[in-house]
Design a protein around this ligand. Sequence first.
Ligand code: HOZ
Length: 426
Amino acid sequence: MSNIKSKQYYKQALSLMPAGVNSPVRAFKAVGGKPVFIKWGKGSKIYDVDGNSYIDYVLSWGPLILGHAHKQVINSIVQAAKAGTSFGAPTAAENEIAQLIKSAMPGMERMRLVNSGTEAAMSAIRLARSYTGKDKIIKFQGAYHGHSDGLLVKAGSGAATFGVPTSSGVPRSSARDTIVLPFNDIEKVRVVISAGHKKIAAVIIEPVCGNMGVVQPENKFLQKLRTITRQYGILLIFDEVMTGFRFCFGGAQNLLKVKPDITCLGKIIGGGMPMGAYGASKRIMNCVAPSGSMYQAGTLSGNPVAVACGLKTLRILKKTDYKKINSLCKELCDAMQKMARAQKKKISVTRFYSMFTVFFTDKKVSDYKSACRADTEKYANYFSKMLREGIYCAPSQFEANFLSFAHTKKDIEYTIEAFNRTITDI
Ligand code: HOZ
């Protein structure tokens, strides 16, 4: 496997961008080696500048649920671009995508399209503060809701990967209003809320965590959280940036039957183009300017090319049976877990529908503390070996891997064989 061209591009990139990348985890610092530079993708595969191919389980960190360069999606992008790339004025397609999202998540009676998940979560927090007149928020340890100041406290994803869960440059005054609690610990939530509810505007949560690796809610944690927040007049924000349209045509809120007050979306709703959204009841969304006094705006919000890409993706998903992707992911994860057991390796494969993480620990992973017990050196070794096998996994222990509808049985069988070879000497 030659990496000559990737190395050259990386060397050049180092003189242009911090660590040579435009988002930290891409630098491969947590897994060693140098990043591969991708030239193109099709279906379940990506191809680098040296001509190597990889079965892709990152899928642009989730959005490409239909696989790379899906023909109909690309056609929609081309058609939209031909008609103009940005107007900074309303278009009919924005109504269409908002209507489709609302039909899948009826709690989003009104919504705003934005450009990323970070923007959606940041705006949702401002909205909750505006609506309740309170300042403090609760988030969970190891959860990641984008890189806005108040949310970059004890955060997961790249922040956890690089040991800067609370970023430098975040003013103490911003972090002061963020209360961080352990995921899946409802008693801690109860104690903190009953003592401090007069100052707490919202609880923000990834209903299924993806940014500390995949960690599921347990023992009706979300249902109980819903009851407590409602009881104390605190808004519940579901960050469904990763989970929205990933498990079904809707969100984790549909599957788990818990209705948040505010929903944040990103990734899949843009189908691989930059897009996010936040939405809530008409009453809550009426706070947003110019209906209300909470200001939020964006030149590229509802961008016609991004909307066309997201709209086509969602329309295809609406007609698609998710059973195929979910059962294929189950087959993959069950086989990996079985092989790990057979080889007596300390590995726990966590999975929720078509999202999964291979944790290098045999202990149960139910929160950030238990996720941190995983052996990150072993993960790094695993990542590099899988890459050499032609499999592109998340370049950090604290991230999710994803399947797409383009992944085939053959991809899965090859991955299982490669996994078995790979873990033998780890
Ligand atoms: N932190 C992102 C995933 N949770 C990674 C984004 C990227 O590097 O593209």
